[in-house]
Design a protein around this ligand. Structure first.
Ligand SMILES: Nc1ncnc2c1ncn2[C@@H]1O[C@H](COP(=O)(O)OP(=O)(O)OP(=O)(O)O)[C@@H](O)[C@H]1O
Length: 260
């Protein structure tokens, strides 16, 4: 694993965030399960990449490999050294503390002084419309509220890169819409302090089974099947049925199945 050269433009946000070359991830007993095979993937700063594919196709493993939570068994993982990454999961992990303290502690652990952390946490809570819940125990929140809190906690850290693993999969339709709207706001520039001034919104890589959500949030779609990357297309090409059928029949079948 190594750092990519960092571009010199004012924001210090590098042009290439991730560059995976021939990456393999083997899991399970004696590494017999090939969760990812021969992955080549370069993600530029500001891209919005959706990972799609059936259950077990390797989406979570790829996200975890990008983050560094999962070590590659082979190949090269290059990651820009200055990246600040936030990773969110389908079911967020909340500390048994108040809503506000969940954010404050996250910031404090990153070296932000307590007083500043409290102020930033309050701004972040307001940003997700949860100020009135600041003193509630975070574990007592609904699933949708917990995911909004997880987003606030991540946003308070001002990440360059958002890695989201099926962030709305376990939510009811109303909470889904709320959480998706926040993801759109936080990752499309408008709410990203500092990044906006640099003219470059943060980078988003997310997995989803919701193809409507993929259309709304992504600019590029990657299709995985049994750990292999079979299609990597601009979102408009991916949802062009004739083109997709010609370029990647497996992905076309998958889209047809998911659209039923
Ligand atoms: N810790 C682990 N040990 C062994 N096998 C694992 C482990 N984690 C994942 N796998 C296997 O690796 C493969 C890829 O799993 P992964 O969770 O990346 O798929 P996914 O596309 O995210 O699936 P889903 O849509 O269900 O979340 C699957 O066969 C899965 O069973």
């Amino acid at each position: 694993m190594s750092g990519l050269p960092v571009a010199t433009h004012a924001s210090q946000v590098p042009t290439v965030c991730f560059d995976l070359r021939n990456v393999q991830v083997h899991l399970g007993t004696a590494g017999r399960l090939h969760a990812l095979s021969d992955i080549y993937l370069r993600v530029q700063a500001g891209e919005r990449v959706a990972l799609v594919g059936a259950n077990g196709s390797g989406k979570s493993t790829l996200l975890r490999t990008l983050h560094g939570l999962q070590r590659a068994s082979g190949g090269e993982v290059h990651r820009a050294s200055t990246l600040r990454m936030a990773m969110l999961f389908q079911r967020p992990h909340m500390l048994r503390l108040s809503v506000l303290r969940n954010i404050v502690l996250g910031l404090w652990l990153q070296g932000v002084p307590w007083r500043e952390a409290r102020e930033r946490a309050q701004v972040a809570l307001a940003r997700v419309g949860m100020t009135h819940l600041a003193e509630r125990n975070a574990r007592a929140l609904s699933g949708g509220q917990q995911q909004r809190l997880a987003l606030a906690r991540a946003w308070a850290l001002r990440p360059d890169v958002w890695l989201l693993d099926e962030p709305t999969a376990s939510l009811d339709p109303h909470a889904k819409r709320e959480v998706e709207a926040l993801i759109a706001e936080f990752t499309q520039g408008a709410a990203s302090e500092g990044k906006e001034a640099a003219g470059r919104p943060p980078t988003l890589v997310f997995s989803s089974h919701n193809l409507g959500q993929v259309k709304r949030l992504a600019s590029r779609v990657i299709y995985l099947e049994q750990g292999q990357l079979l299609a990597d297309l601009p979102v408009t090409d991916f949802f062009n049925h004739d083109l997709l059928r010609a370029l990647c029949p497996q992905a076309h079948l998958f889209v047809q199945g998911e659209s039923l």
